[in-house]
Design a protein around this ligand. Structure first.
Ligand code: PLP
Length: 406
């Protein structure tokens, strides 16, 4: 019992007739737990920036006061920078990366309209499930899990279906690929299609230019390259997307509706309204992540991620690891996928890395289950030192498990 409550006792509760025998559930014993923090080198979540840890306990602000609105303005300015957009409809959803996915799809594609899904990993499968729940017609165009799309693979489908939108993942953390998006916006717009992009594991780690590339709806998350806590997801919409939102006939879910969120975030000026309460530690953290990226600048962050990953890959090659993705230009700078030699068990490898080296990496997900290890070196962890430690720990694990399993 904390000291402020000490003046109240079970006896005083009894005298107020509040401790009757009506309680069918007694108070549980919630004990303190020791947690050994591993180095987070999965495809997410990533470790926090040291500065993010500090802002998590900043004051709680009323959702309708100037201090609060100023924080929202800072966040929107930071997001316009990281997305590289002059668009006004830029804000953050209260929820993890999936809330951004759901918001972008449900605001821009109505029931009965068509969403074309470019499928190469698990995230497009999620988009497929979400779209179906909203009564959206889904069409899928796929490539094998270890390659990316060329415009020639997408254009015939766009031409034939003229879908309301195309969904594609920029960095795919289930396969470790990065999709070239240049020219895709123009291609979509030629057929009256909006371009929707998942940048959850790529934004700020690899080059991305929303306006230049003609992207209409995009979302990201704080728990990956941003090196912040999960639970708040930036989204941005182009002028084309705004026009669609204005003219659409359907209503997306209340909590995700951009028509209601834009006034809360003052996207168009002088509308400071209340829609829902944002989580104070999360918006302080997002603001801090954006401050860090703005200080480092995007080109330096992109170069750091490229250099760290080049180093990591060089070390992996020295230890004879084999990459899942054959073409170097398809490999994502934030998440690396590696195949293990025959006879090795992926789950066992991951467990050993955690137990012996206290490094968290993941096995495959979705299409890569039983086919790859997924190692995320991003954000605050994108350093030579981390790249070397993880490569050395992986080499040790390979040697150790060979003795026992072969
Ligand atoms: C992690 C991830 C997501 C899901 O994000 P959550 O924060 O877990 O909801 C979506 N897309 C990609 C590419 C991811 O890497």
């Amino acid at each position: 019992m904390t000291s402020v409550y000490r003046q109240f006792s079970l006896a005083s509760a009894r005298s107020l007739n509040m401790a009757s025998n009506k309680f069918i559930v007694p108070p549980p014993r919630i004990v303190d737990r020791e947690i050994v923090k591993p180095l987070l080198c999965g495809p997410g979540p990533c470790d926090y920036h040291p500065s993010v840890e500090k802002v998590l306990s900043k004051p709680v602000l009323s959702p309708i006061c100037d201090e609060f609105f100023n924080v929202l303005d800072d966040i929107r300015a930071g997001l316009q920078y990281v997305f590289q957009t002059r668009s006004k409809l830029v804000l953050a959803m209260s929820g993890s990366g999936h809330s951004g996915m759901e918001a972008v799809i449900s605001n821009l594609v109505g029931p009965g309209e068509t969403l074309l899904i470019a499928s190469r990993g698990i995230w497009d499968q999620r988009a497929f499930i979400i779209a179906n729940r909203y009564g959206i017609k889904t069409e899928v165009v796929s490539v094998p899990l270890d390659v990316t799309f060329s415009p020639e693979q997408l254009e015939p489908k766009l031409k034939k279906l003229r879908p309301t939108a195309l969904f594609i993942t920029h960095g795919d953390s289930s396969t470790g690929t990065v999709q070239n998006l240049q020219g895709l916006g123009d291609l979509c717009h030629k057929y009256g299609t909006l371009l929707l992009v998942d940048t959850v594991v790529s934004l700020a780690g690899v080059p991305f230019f929303m306006d230049e590339w003609g992207i209409d709806g995009v979302y990201t998350s704080t728990q990956k390259v941003f090196s912040g806590p999960a639970g708040i997801s930036p989204v941005a919409f182009s002028a084309r997307a705004e026009a669609k939102i204005k003219s659409r006939k359907h209503d997306p879910p209340f909590y995700f509706d951009m028509k209601l969120l834009a006034p809360q975030w003052n996207c168009y000026g002088s509308t400071r309204t209340y829609h829902h309460t944002l989580s104070p530690p999360l918006f302080w953290a997002l603001r801090c992540c954006l401050q860090e990226i703005a200080k480092e600048t995007l080109p330096v962050s992109w170069a750091r991620h490229a250099a760290t990953t080049a180093r990591f890959h060089k070390r992996l090659r020295e230890y004879s690891f084999e990459f899942l993705i054959p073409k170097p230009e398809d490999r994502l700078a934030t998440v690396t996928t590696v195949k293990l030699p025959k006879g090795y068990d992926y789950q066992e490898f991951v467990k050993y890395m955690r137990a012996k080296h206290n490094i968290l990496i993941f096995a495959g997900l979705g299409p890569t289950v039983g086919k790859a290890l997924r190692i995320g070196i991003m954000g605050v962890n994108s350093t030579t030192q981390v790249a070397d430690s993880v490569a050395e720990a992986m080499a040790d694990t390979l040697r150790a498990l060979k003795k026992s399993s072969l």
